[in-house]
Design a protein. Structure first.
Length: 76
């Protein structure tokens, strides 16, 4: 899975769960950071949500599930 695909997956799931716009969720999620799989073999990506407290809580809960299904992401 690529960075853009993981971001699209997160946004779509958040819209289904809480409503809102793609633009707002993209802003609330913030950038997807990639790490070298050699140093992060179990999950090589992360985000640092920058939304309000309620948005961040939704994002963090979703991230736990998504990381289990998609632990490794590539550029793109």
């Amino acid at each position: 899975m690529t960075v853009s695909q993981i971001l699209d997956l997160l946004i779509a799931a958040l819209i289904r769960k809480a409503g809102g716009s793609r633009r707002r969720w993209r802003q609330a999620i913030g950038p997807v950071r990639l790490y070298d799989p050699a140093t992060h073999p179990h999950c090589n990506w992360s985000v640092a949500p920058v939304g309000n407290a309620q948005e961040n809580a939704l994002i963090e809960r979703l991230l736990d599930d998504v990381r289990l299904d998609h632990p490794l992401v590539v550029k793109g």
